[in-house]
Design a protein around this ligand. Structure first.
Ligand code: ADP
Ligand code: MG
Length: 288
């Protein structure tokens, strides 16, 4: 039977906007030594702003932005939303056909009968499109039309207000290792990791690469040490499923993520992770 105190623990956590799906996970939270975060939308706000539009090969800035907004018209990725926001005009998506979103890469679609590609370095590589090196310190969306390079758009995200404090609070709860996984580029990942004082980061990961990373971290941690993964649910439901304790953040994240998660954090505050661990520990003191 489940000790009564656990109900109090689960209920107490719920009052703080932390839904724990059963006493097993509350107990697991007391043994967490590694906390792994997704970057975009979890440690950062996930609200990108277009910072720079750099057309190439005779394309104009207006043309590049319009093309990007059109090809991104069906995507709900934060990258896509920022581009549509910067464009600001109504998009005629009847002109967008054969739309294909490639997780961890970007978009491929026919726009006004031209093959348009929008995404990261890896996508360009996959499509055999070369471009000049750009030493940009932000998140970059490259564009190509009919296999010709058309330029790039730089977008920037911001750290969440409580992200730094969230990491400090975990250390206070005895968490020994804080890690970040991201599909974004190395330069962006390194800056975020440094600013937050994370112990490690893995960048340029595909969704399956995130699963491999969590598996590696689980196998490296001792048998009694639990590994938490916290994500906002966009592209990361499989990682949430694989972690010892999978957390979905934001409440409004994808249904798949909320269903798979062992713990759902209703707000989008990463500092709730340390609170969840603290609640787990308090409950154990009451029970035993
Ligand atoms: P994260 O790990 O930061 O949450 P994702 O795995 O969702 O990011 O995406 C990884 C990378 O793939 C993004 O940083 C971006 O470069 C590219 N990407 C994903 N979706 C899109 C899109 N709709 N348009 C352009 N690029 C995209
Ligand atoms: Mg994400």
């Amino acid at each position: 039977s489940i000790p009564l105190g656990y109900f109090g623990g689960v209920g107490g956590a719920a009052k703080r906007g932390i839904l724990v799906k059963g006493s097993t996970f509350l107990d697991a939270l007391t043994r967490v030594k590694t906390v792994v975060f997704d970057k975009t939308g979890t440690l950062t706000k996930g609200v990108f702003k277009v910072a720079q539009i750099v057309p190439k090969n005779g394309v104009t800035q207006d043309e590049l932005l319009q093309l990007a907004a059109e090809v991104e018209s069906h995507s709900n990725h934060p990258v896509a939303e920022s581009i549509r926001e910067a464009y600001g005009k109504k998009i005629d998506d009847s002109q967008v056909e054969a739309y294909e979103e490639i997780a961890g890469h970007g978009i491929r679609a026919l726009v006004r009968n031209r093959l348009v590609i929008a995404g990261n370095d890896r996508l360009l590589h996959r499509e055999n499109i070369s471009h000049d090196d750009c030493d940009i310190k932000g998140t970059v969306v490259h564009l190509a039309v009919d296999k010709g390079y058309a330029g790039y758009i730089v977008i920037a995200d911001e750290l969440k207000d409580d992200a730094f404090q969230a990491i400090q609070a975990l250390k206070k709860q005895g968490v020994e290792q804080t890690v970040m996984l991201t599909g974004d580029n190395r330069a962006v990942a390194e800056r975020v990791a440094q600013n937050l004082g994370l112990d490690a980061y893995y960048a340029e990961l595909l969704p399956e690469g995130k699963v491999e990373a969590i598996e590696k971290l689980i196998s490296q941690s001792g048998k009694n040490n639990k590994v938490v993964f916290v994500g906002d649910g966009i592209n990361d439901a499989p990682v949430i499923a694989r972690a010892d304790v999978g957390m979905a953040m934001g409440g409004l994240g994808s249904d798949a993520a909320i269903e798979t998660a062992d713990v759902v954090i209703m707000t989008d505050a990463p500092s709730k992770v340390a609170e969840a661990i603290k609640t787990g520990k308090k409950t154990r003191q009451i029970v035993w």
